[in-house]
Design a protein around this ligand. Sequence first.
Ligand code: F6R
Length: 247
Amino acid sequence: MIVYRARDFHDMSRKAANILSAQVILKPSCVLGLATGSSPIGVYAQLIEWYKKGDIDFSEVRTINLDEYRGLSANDEKSYRYFMNVNYFEHINIRPENTFVPNGLERDADKECIRYEELIRSLGGIDMQLLGLGHNGHIGFNEPGAAFEAYTHCVTLTDSTREANKRFFGSKDEVPTQAYTMGIKTIMQSRRIVVIVSGGSKAEMVKRALFGPITPEVPASALQLHNNVTLVGDAAALALIYSKRAF
Ligand code: F6R
């Protein structure tokens, strides 16, 4: 794993955006796996800025998102599809038909999960997957106890995740109870993984997930088994791990 220590959220976002833009330059038709939440907002803002300056071209890029709340439509302001459109896709020259997010309105969970996995395969797999880290160690919506061998599936969200995400809704009760998410296995099949983490409240989890025992109780610990993970964290998030360099 390579660890880049950034000064703060802005610096973390720039470093991660540099890695993603290098991927797009090296392979213009690459498949980027993307995340929502607070962590990637600065990365998307930076990529938009570079696009507007003429430095990056997204016209051939395909994107596939990690997850979506079950029951929310693409037009719902709380949906991850809406988040992606507003925070990223609408500002760059990506073709809308090349952007993929699970369909929150599909009631048949098995059908949607199989469709999504087949879609990833038909795209040729994920070249680079961007991940945030949950306070409880989740990646995507793979909550503690998630099976490492799981592909895209429907999950019931834990109380702690609904609590953490209520900032995007009016209250915890309004946070959907279920979501579609790529599984750990899906994520692990990405050719390269970039994890971004910011803030002292995640420092303990960074240490446990990426340097502690590998266990389903800490879903992100599975990443230790991947051979191409880059962690970009700000100083606060990396406060409990020692090195700046590769190991
Ligand atoms: C988002 C996702 C989640 C978040 C994680 C961290 O698509 O899958 O796993 O990456 O909850 O969220 P933030 O960045 O809001 O702290």
